[in-house]
Design a protein around this ligand. Structure first.
Ligand SMILES: [Zn+2]
Length: 261
């Protein structure tokens, strides 16, 4: 069936009708994945999945206009928040639940002839690598992970003073750009971190999760006062550019193109 480029405006499955999908069969599904958790006092609980969905849709739209056939699935709003359950209404899903969701999504797509899946993750507590290894073995699909915040570290170093890793300068800038109506800057705490008393845990290669409230009393990591709409626009635009290239290449990949074998 010939591909009709530029027919579909929205790549979001939420907005697409069945007959439109039949006209331009997707060969790549994109699964945005975030978390529902407190973000200091100034960003909304849905920050991570709002970002994952918005960035996925904009990147997919760009790629589809260039010939990709991608579709963006509804975002998974829950992530691994095991160390944040003392914060009201923060929802944690365990790794086995995440695996079950990902397995069901993968097998559903595979049955319909879509054997390429791209996970777009915005939440630092989510770790999909072992899940993906297992599911590639089970399904034979090509499953790819993008951790948004690991994509352009040099750009982050150059454009942010103290980027922070949760509701700090970088993430607040993103939200000031994407959903300014949900940002309450006047309520923002400083995002300071109480350091671990056990010093050896700060050595490279040594890791344990932070008990979030004890480590970050105002539930954010990084100073949000340095955030701006302009920084958010620059960062998000670069991420969309990078992600759209990945989407386009994945969609155009033919069976046999490593690692799609
Ligand atoms: Zn976040």
């Amino acid at each position: 069936m010939p591909v009709k480029k530029q027919k579909r405006i929205s790549p979001a499955l939420r907005d697409i009708h069945y007959n439109e999908l039949l006209e331009s069969l997707p060969n790549l599904a994109i699964q945005p994945w975030g978390a529902t958790e407190a973000h200091n006092n100034h960003l909304p609980y849905g920050s991570d999945y709002l970002q994952a969905e918005a960035i996925s849709c904009r990147a997919a739209e760009k790629a589809n206009l260039l010939g990709a056939r991608s579709v963006v699935l509804p975002p998974v709003p829950y992530g691994n928040n095991a160390q944040q359950l003392d914060q009201i209404s923060t929802i944690h899903i365990s790794t086995t639940t995440a695996l079950a969701i990902l397995r069901d999504v993968s097998f559903s797509l595979k049955r319909q002839g879509i054997d390429k899946l791209l996970l777009v993750n915005t939440h630092g507590g989510n770790n999909f690598i072992p899940l993906i290894r297992d599911l590639i073995l089970e399904t034979g699909m090509l499953i790819v992970l993008v951790n948004i915040h690991e994509m352009i570290p040099e750009f982050v170093a150059e454009n942010f003073e103290k980027h922070g890793d949760h509701a700090g300068e970088l993430e607040t800038s993103m939200m000031l750009y994407l959903t300014p109506e949900l940002v309450n800057m006047e309520d923002a705490g400083s995002g300071k971190r109480i350091p671990f008393k056990i010093k050896g845990l700060s050595k490279k290669g040594v890791w344990t999760p932070r008990p979030w409230r004890a480590s970050h009393p105002d539930l954010g990591s990084g100073d949000p006062s340095l955030a701006s709409f302009e920084k958010g626009e620059k960062y998000v635009s670069r991420i969309i550019e990078e992600l759209s290239e990945v989407i386009l290449e994945l969609s155009l990949a033919k069976k046999g193109d490593l690692p799609y074998i």
